[in-house]
Every structure is written in structure tokens, then in C-alpha cells.
Ligand binder design. Structure first.
Ligand code: HMG
Length: 445
């Protein structure tokens, strides 16, 4: 059967950067280490005045199409995943296609365009849609363009303000992919939850602490569901485990649970038993509370062991490099984590061909999904082609006053006139509203 997966990836960051420990924390009267050590965040990306989900998505997609030598005729689907949409009817993909048609010969007249919404997991759901479309043989030899794009802004003063970010990830999904093949096996953990939502409002209502518990519970269920199809997962099976990364501290918690699960009843648990005892089993306890307390004690010890630390530094930490300097990109976040891991492998000279990744996606509301990916032969060329480091270095660093203005500019309920802080170059820009209140864009040379 044909292999289907990710053939190319491009990342586009917002053009502004906010220093969290040095600029944000002092004004908030907070210890900078809450950001660096607690949340694991150093800086976050923000959109300049002329940037939004369309410009960032179109810029990532344009770069991808130019690099892969594609024309609109090569694309049979454009799926955009976002939770920052500004229109309840016209999908963002039509705007992005319109942008791309300004610079490429031909048009996307015969491409199926859509928009996916389920909080941060919509990016992975769009990958799924593209995968299924190709596997079903309905693609007529064409590839799918999946774009995850968000401006992850919170209400001023909300604790989530610490974890903001803005950027887009464009992915080409095709047969015989160059980067990773997706597994057919996948697992879900899904429940009706009220942890993070935007009921007809721009900024989310968030129960932050609860959202973290829900993330972990749904992720565990998704892993068990995945295992019911693919068989038991073991610590040594996966070179990297990219998770949805609202902030790296969240992934630290998910990784510890994952390691405990994957090492249970294995030689790793036996070896660790000499140091910290065996994992508590439910049947050993009279009450659930006693069992949970024992688990917490075990986990506190587990995270200090050399075996766990070595695994975490090798398998998890490289997935967090980009997130720790861009913040949460919602739908793009897990796709940044995968890219970050592969980029790190490329820089370390690791041979990744045939190696496996276990990918854990999550969206509030809430649903987790787990699938595996197998790295393909041309992965290194694709990683070498990334220019994310240059983009990150080129961001303009904003002061706290500028941050306040930029937040207002992107607040749909405010009307503020602010000069752009950077000069756009070879990119799409937002130019204002048209006759029917549509947003308008043009390409700046
Ligand atoms: P908070 O109250 O600002 O922070 O909320 P905190 O006081 O809980 O501190 C955060 C961590 O830093 C804690 O670590 C502190 O101990 C530590 P933990 O105990 O959790 O391991 N800390 C320090 N460490 C060292 N030195 C210090 C120090 N001070 C504190 N001096 C919260 C944090 C994440 C709740 C908040 O930012 C929030 O509400 N964020 C938005 C919601 C969110 O990101 N949830 C994550 C799971 S849900 C999800 O991922 C979905 C999402 O992406 C949306 C979607 O799907 O669309 C959000």
C-alpha cells in the first residue's frame, strides 16, 4: 500500500518577539524563573500590525510551494486549521488561496478548501483528512496543503497571557513523503470538557489548572487506545515523542506519565526498582486516594533518576527547542515539536531514516490523539532547507509598552491606529477591509 505522510514543512513566525523573563515578568511583578524554569518559556512570537493568521499561513505556504517547485495545479486540497478565525462562514483557506494566486501562475479553482476547528488538535485532524483523502484514492495524483495558523492571544491579565504566541506551520501531505510516513494506527481520548473555550468571543475563557489535568487524562486514554490497535508501546521504541506544547512545562508532566506507562513491567522498571521501588499497582491499595498518593510519590522519585533524565534529555527535550522561544501556536504547536526534534537530530548528525516518532496531539474541549510516524529517506534535505533560525533571529524585540499596543491592535473589539514596528519584505500583508468587511491582502516585494 502507498505510504502517505508529510512531504515538506515550513514554519512562519510572527515578526515580533517579547522577552518573558526580562520584559514581561518584571512589569507583572513575577519571578523571571517562573517563566524559564516553571513554564519553560523564554520568549514568545507576536504578529506585527500587518500580520494575521492569513498572512502567516500564506507566507509559510508560499515558501513551501516555491521550495518544492509546485504550482496550484499540484494541490488538490487546502485545509486550514485555526482557532483564531475572524469569519463564521468564509474559511481562512479561501483567503490564503487568494493570496497565493497573486504570486503563482494558475489558480486553485479545482482544489477542495476547508477550515478545521477543534482547539489545538485541529492541525492534526487536518493531517488526518488529507491522509484519508489520499489513501482513498481521491487525490488524482495531487497533494494536500495543510496549514495550521493561529494568533494565540489571551485577555490581558489572564494567567494564559504568559503562554501566548503567533505563527503558522504549512505541511505538504503526499504519497511517498520525504519527511515522515504516518501510521494507520491511531488512538483517541475524547470527552466533553469545559476547560478552555471561546463561546463567540475572541479571547478564551480558561480554567488553567483544570486544563492541565484534562490534557493529561485525555492523553493517557489516547495512548491506551493507540496501544489497543498497535500493541504495547515501550520506552525504546521511539526516537522522539513530540507532544502538543502549550508551554514546555506541560510536556514535562506528560512525558513523566508516558515514561511510567511505557516502562511498566519491563526491564527498565526492574532496574529502577533497586533505586526507587516498583511502580504502585492499584490492587495494592484500599482506596483510590492512597493509590494516587503512592503514584505521586513514585513519580517525584522517578523524575530524579538518571534513567529518566537521560531519556527525557534525549527523547523529549529536543522537541521543545522552538516552542520555548515562540510560545503556544495552538494548532501548529505539535507540528513545531516534531520539526524541532528532527531539526535537532539533523544538527547532531543522527541517522533518523526508519526511526519512529510517537506524536501526541491535544485540543481543549477536549481530545487527544496519538499516532506513530516513520522517518523517511529525504528527511535531512527537508530539515536543511528550514530557515526558522534566521526568522527567529530577525524578529523585532518589543518593549512592554509596544506589547500593550500590539495586543490592542489585534483585539477585535478595539480600534487603534498604530504604526508597524517592522518593514515587511517579500511577504503577504494585511492592507485593510473591503466593501463587505472582508479582509484584504497584498504581496510586498
Ligand atoms: P500560573 O498560575 O500563571 O502559573 O498558571 P503557576 O503559578 O502555576 O506556575 C507555573 C509553573 O511555574 C508551576 O510549575 C510553578 O511551580 C512554577 P508546576 O508546579 O505546574 O510544575 N513556578 C516556578 N518555578 C521556578 N521558579 C519560580 C516559579 N514560580 C512558579 N520562581 C497556567 C499557569 C499554565 C495555568 C496558565 O499559564 C494558563 O492558564 N495557561 C493557559 C492554559 C494552558 O496552557 N493549559 C495547558 C493545558 S491545555 C492545552 O494545552 C490546550 C491549549 O493549547 C488550548 C487549545 O487546545 O486550543 C491551551
Amino acid at each position: 500500500m502507498t505510504s502517505v505522510g508529510i512531504d515538506a514543512i515550513e514554519i512562519w513566525t510572527g515578526n515580533l518577539v517579547l522577552d518573558l523573563p526580562n520584559t514581561f515578568a518584571p512589569v507583572k511583578g513575577e519571578d523571571p524563573e517562573k517563566y524559564t524554569k516553571g513554564l519553560g518559556l523564554y520568549t514568545s512570537s507576536f504578529p506585527d500590525v500587518y500580520e494575521d493568521i492569513v498572512t502567516m499561513g500564506a507566507n509559510a505556504a508560499k515558501r513551501l510551494m516555491v521550495r518544492k517547485g509546485l504550482t496550484p495545479d499540484d494541490i488538490g486540497r487546502i485545509d486550514v486549521a485555526t482557532e483564531s478565525a475572524f469569519d463564521n462562514s468564509k474559511p481562512v483557506s479561501t483567503y490564503i488561496a487568494g493570496c497565493l494566486e497573486q504570486v503563482f501562475e494558475g489558480d486553485f479553482r479545482h482544489a477542495n478548501k476547508g477550515e478545521r476547528k477543534f482547539a489545538c488538535i485541529a492541525g492534526t485532524q487536518s493531517l488526518d483528512d488529507a491522509y484519508n483523502w489520499i489513501k482513498a484514492g481521491r487525490n488524482r495524483g495531487r497533494a494536500a496543503l495543510v496549514i495550521a495558523t493561529d494568533t494565540a492571544l489571551y485577555e490581558r491579565g489572564d494567567p494564559g497571557e504568559a503562554t501566548q504566541g503567533a505563527g503558522a506551520v504549512a505541511m505538504l501531505i503526499d504519497e511517498d513523503p520525504d519527511i515522515v510516513e504516518l501510521s494507520t494506527e491511531q488512538g483517541y481520548g475524547s470527552m466533553d470538557e469545559t476547560d478552555f473555550l471561546k463561546p463567540n468571543q475572541q479571547f478564551p475563557s480558561v480554567d488553567g489548572k483544570r486544563s492541565m489535568q484534562v490534557y493529561l487524562a485525555r492523553m493517557r486514554e489516547a495512548l491506551e487506545d493507540y496501544e489497543s490497535m498497535a500493541g504495547r508501546t515501550r520506552v525504546e521504541d521511539f526516537e522522539y515523542i513530540p507532544f502538543h506544547t502549550p508551554f514546555p512545562g506541560m510536556v514535562r508532566k506528560a512525558a513523566l506519565l508516558g515514561f511510567r506507562h511505557m516502562s511498566r513491567d519491563t526491564e527498565i522498571e526492574d532496574k529502577l526498582a533497586e533505586e526507587i521501588g516498583r511502580q504502585p499497582r492499584e490492587e495494592q491499595f484500599d482506596t483510590w486516594d492512597e493509590y494516587e498518593e503512592a503514584i505521586r510519590g513514585y513519580m517525584d522519585e522517578l523524575k530524579t533518576t538518571d534513567a529518566y533524565r537521560e531519556w527525557y534529555d534525549r527523547v523529549i527535550d529536543p522537541t521543545l527547542d522552538i516552542s520555548s522561544v515562540v510560545g503556544n501556536w495552538y494548532t501548529g504547536s505539535v507540528h513545531i515539536a516534531r520539526t524541532s526534534a528532527l531539526k535537532s537530530a539533523a544538527e547532531a548528525g543522527t541517522d533518523m531514516v526508519g526511526k519512529k516518532l510517537l506524536v501526541g496531539s491535544y485540543g481543549s474541549g477536549a481530545q487527544a490523539e496519538i499516532h506513530a510516524e516513520t522517518v523517511q529517506e529525504n528527511w535531512l534535505d527537508e530539515m536543511d532547507a528550514l530557515n526558522i533560525d534566521e526568522q527567529l533571529d530577525a524578529r523585532y524585540e518589543i518593549s512592554f509598552d509596544e506589547y500593550e499596543l500590539i495586543h490592542d491592535v489585534h483585539n477585535h473589539e478595539k480600534e487603534v491606529e498604530v504604526e508597524e514596528l517592522t518593514q515587511p519584505e517579500e511577504e503577504f500583508v494585511f492592507t485593510g477591509w473591503g466593501r463587505m468587511n472582508e479582509r484584504r491582502y497584498e504581496y510586498v516585494e
